[in-house]
Design a protein around this ligand. Structure first.
Ligand SMILES: [Zn+2]
Length: 103
C-alpha cells in the first residue's frame, strides 16, 4: 500500500519538475535574443531598398526668378538659358528686347 503511494508521489514530482523546467525554458527562448525574426527583417529591408544605379538628377536655375528645378522640367530658350516655365521664358526674352508697352 505505502510503496504504491510513494511511487505515485515520485511520478507526480518528476512530472511537476519537468513541466516547470519546460516553462522556464520556453520563457527564456521567447524573451531572449531572437535570431529568426532579425534575419527576416534584414532580408525584407534589403528587398525594400531600391537599387542605387539611377544617376543624380541635374538641377537648373531659372534665369528669371532664380528657382531651382530638375533639368527635365526646365524650359530652355534658343540661347540655352533655363527657365522654370514658359511664362518666365517669354518674360525674360521680351523684357530684354521689347520696350514695355502699356495696354
Ligand atoms: Zn522662373
Amino acid at each position: 500500500m505505502m510503496g504504491k503511494l510513494t511511487v505515485w508521489l515520485v511520478v507526480a514530482g518528476l512530472a511537476w519538475l519537468g513541466w516547470t523546467l519546460w516553462r522556464i525554458g520556453k520563457r527564456r527562448s521567447e524573451s531572449g535574443p531572437a535570431r529568426r525574426p532579425d534575419q527576416a527583417s534584414s532580408t525584407a529591408q534589403a528587398r525594400q531598398t531600391p537599387p542605387a544605379d539611377s544617376p543624380p538628377e541635374t538641377m537648373l536655375r531659372c534665369v528669371h526668378c532664380g528657382l531651382y528645378l530638375p533639368a527635365r522640367e526646365a524650359v530652355s530658350d534658343t540661347t540655352g538659358r533655363s527657365f522654370c516655365s514658359t511664362a518666365h521664358r517669354d518674360r525674360a526674352g521680351s523684357s530684354s528686347n521689347d520696350t514695355p508697352r502699356q495696354g
